[in-house]
Write a protein that binds this ligand. Structure first.
Ligand code: PGA
Length: 249
């Protein structure tokens, strides 16, 4: 039985003092959930968030990383650096990074491998544009993204990998994929992982849905057969709303 995972993606929001009070406020609300609760926060909030979340069931993640351990890469942060302060998760290949910051399937794969080498759990984002969805080619695109992201990743590492299916047309737009469409896309991703790694590994893999998840649609999405939780952007910035999502299943 796969555990449900609810990961907030704060994007470029929340100052350290806001992060601290958010975590202080939400921690008692979600303390009894059996779901995994993660907050993926901006770099400057990481250390404060890690300190504030000690002795709570909230896990902390970053939103990106570089694949090299160190070197002349001005402005970048490595997996080793994240690991050194106790970060557990890292979002990799979010569509905003693919779109605005030149992440490619190749660099996503390098980041995934570097994350795993540094004992971080990557949350790998895949998703299609509206144009691709209208052409009915979404499964082709997301299964290819999945395969390329996992290239040369050993089977033994898959237990630390999470995938987030985030159709680009549903991110921040208020348009959510129907539970049925999201579930069927996620089934296609799981099928692709089964082709590479076999059925047992695929059926253990956590695959999230992301794109306008809110308190009033999360239950329906998360109760489908293949959706194991959500990667939540806008709605993760509001304590009450995010707590409701965490507790919706
Ligand atoms: P959204 O963002 O929930 O605001 O649509 C999701 C994401 O980009 O991870």
């Amino acid at each position: 039985m796969r555990k449900k995972v609810i990961a907030g993606n704060w994007k470029m929001n929340m100052l350290p003092n806001e992060a601290i009070s958010f975590i202080e406020n939400i921690a008692p609300m979600v303390k009894d959930t059996k779901n995994e609760v993660i907050l993926c926060v901006p770099y400057v909030d990481l250390f404060y968030s890690l300190l504030t979340s000690q002795n709570t069931n909230i896990k902390i993640g970053a939103q990106n990383m570089h694949w090299e351990e160190s070197g002349a890469y001005t402005g970048e942060v490595s997996g080793k650096m994240l690991q050194s302060i106790g970060v557990e998760y890292v979002v990799i290949g979010h569509s905003e990074r693919r779109q605005y910051f030149a992440d490619t399937d190749e660099t996503v794969n390098k980041k995934v491998r570097a994350a795993l080498a540094n004992e971080l759990k990557p949350i790998i984002c895949v998703g299609e544009t509206l144009e691709i969805r209208e052409q009915g080619k979404q499964n082709e695109v997301i299964t290819t993204q999945t395969r390329l992201a996992l290239e040369a990743v050993e089977a033994s590492k898959l237990e630390n990998v999470l995938i987030a299916y985030e159709p680009i047309w549903a991110i921040g737009t208020g348009k959510t994929a129907t539970a049925e469409d999201a579930n069927s896309a996620i089934k296609a991703i799981r099928g692709e992982v089964a082709k590479i790694y076999g059925e047992p590994i695929a059926s253990n893999l956590t695959i999230l849905y992301g794109g306008s998840v809110k308190a009033d649609n999360s239950k329906e999405l998360f109760e489908t057969s293949d959706i194991d939780g959500g990667l939540v952007g806008g709605a993760s910035l509001k304590v009450e709303e995010f707590a409701k999502i965490c507790l919706s299943v």
